[in-house]
Design a protein around this ligand. Sequence first.
Ligand SMILES: NC(=O)c1ccc[n+]([C@@H]2O[C@H](COP(=O)([O-])OP(=O)(O)OC[C@H]3O[C@@H](n4cnc5c(N)ncnc54)[C@H](O)[C@@H]3O)[C@@H](O)[C@H]2O)c1
Ligand SMILES: O=c1ccn([C@@H]2O[C@H](COP(=O)(O)OP(=O)(O)O[C@H]3O[C@H](CO)[C@H](O)[C@H](O)[C@H]3O)[C@@H](O)[C@H]2O)c(=O)[nH]1
Length: 353
Amino acid sequence: MILITGGAGYIGRHLVQACIDTGQSCAVVDDLSNGSHDSLPQDIPFFRACISDGTALRGILRSLQVKTVVHLAARTSVSESIEMPMKYYDTNVNGTRVVATACLVEGVSRLIYASTAAVYGVPATREVTEDSPTTPVSPYGRSKLAAEWILSGIAQAEQLRTISLRFFNVAGGQVLNETRTGHRAAPHLLAAVSRVAFGDQPYLEIFGDDYDTHDGTCIRDFIHVRDLCSAILLASKGGADNESRLNIGAGHGISVREIVSAAENQIGARLPCLIRPRRPGDVASIVANAQRLRTLGWRPQHSSLPDLIGLVRDLVGERDDNYSGQKFVQTNIRRPRVPFPWHNTPDSAASDP
Ligand SMILES: NC(=O)c1ccc[n+]([C@@H]2O[C@H](COP(=O)([O-])OP(=O)(O)OC[C@H]3O[C@@H](n4cnc5c(N)ncnc54)[C@H](O)[C@@H]3O)[C@@H](O)[C@H]2O)c1
Ligand SMILES: O=c1ccn([C@@H]2O[C@H](COP(=O)(O)OP(=O)(O)O[C@H]3O[C@H](CO)[C@H](O)[C@H](O)[C@H]3O)[C@@H](O)[C@H]2O)c(=O)[nH]1
C-alpha cells in the first residue's frame, strides 16, 4: 500500500491513476488547499488532513499498514513563495519533517520525496546532474532543498530509506474547466497555453523575452506527467533504492517561444500573447541530465514537443460542451485582443489589451 500525500493535486491524481493502471493499491491524504477530492476515483481511500498533523498521519499509516509514502503535498509556486515565504517554509520544510517523523515511528520502509529542479537555482552548465551545485534562488527552491537535507540526514541515521526525485517542468493532462472543478488555475506555462487556446484566458503573458537564450525566452525541460508517474512508480518499487536523489526530466530544453509556436502550428491559429517583464525567481534556462534515471531503465514515452503540444489539441476533443476543434479555432480568430503576438510594443505591454 502506497500513501500519497497531496494526492488530490495535479500530479497526485495522475499518480493515483497510474497506480490503478498498474494494480498498485494506494491511498491519499490531502488537505484540499489546492486539490479536489472529486478528481479521484471514489474507491481510493481518502483522508482529509494536513501533513503537519503528525497524529493524524500516524493513524493513517498504522491503519493502512503503509510501507511506502510518496510525499507530494507542498506549496508549489515560485512567484507566490517570494510573496509569502513563511507559508513555504511551514508546509514544505516543517510539513516534510512531520511526514518523515510519522514514517519513522510507524515503520514505513521507503519515503519518496517530490523535490524540484528549482533546487539548482541558476545552473552553471547547460545540463544539471544530480551532483551540480544547489543554490536555489527562491524561497520555494530553498524550502524544497531544506526538506531534501532533512531526509538525507534521516536516511543516514535511521532505517527509513529516502529518495528525493527532482522533478523538472511537469506538463500535460491539465484540468480543464478549472473553476468548475474547484481547482485553482495552474500558473504553469502549458496550462496557460491550453487556457488561451480554449478561450478561457484572453492572452498568454510571456514573462521576459530578453534572456540570454537563443530566442530570448526561458528554456525548460518539460516532462509529461505520465512519464513522471512511471519514474515515481519505479522508485516506489525499489528500482532507485541505491540513489538518494534523481533528476526526473526528459533531458531536452524547450523555450517558451518554441512552445507557443508549436501550439500555434497544431491548432492553426495564433495565440494572443503579451510580453511582460521577467517574473521574479525565474532562471533563464534549466535542463536535466537524466542519465542516472535512464540507467535504471526509465525512458520518456510522451515528452517530445509534438506530444506535449498535441495535448492542447487533443483536449479540445475531450471537452464535452461547446468546444469542438472548429469552434476553438474560430474563437481565437474572432476574439484576438492583441493582433500579432510578438509585435506588441513596451507601451502596449504595459496595460492589458
Ligand atoms: N508541477 C510541477 O511542474 C512540479 C515540478 C517540480 C516539483 N513539483 C512538486 O511536485 C509536488 C506536487 O506538485 P503539483 O504540481 O501536483 O501541485 P498541486 O498544488 O497540484 O498539488 C499539491 C497538493 O498538496 C496538497 N497540500 C498542500 N499543502 C498541504 C498540506 N499542508 N497538507 C496536506 N495536503 C496539502 C494540495 O491540496 C494539493 O492537492 C510538489 O511537491 C511540487 O513541489 C511539481
Ligand atoms: O503564463 C506563463 C507561465 C509561465 N511562463 C514562463 O514559462 C516558464 C516555465 O514556467 P512555469 O510556471 O510553467 O514553471 P517554473 O519553471 O516556474 O516552475 C515549475 O517547475 C519547477 C521545476 O523546474 C518547479 O518545481 C515548480 O514547482 C514548477 O512550477 C518560465 O520561464 C515562465 O516565466 C510564461 O511565460 N507565461
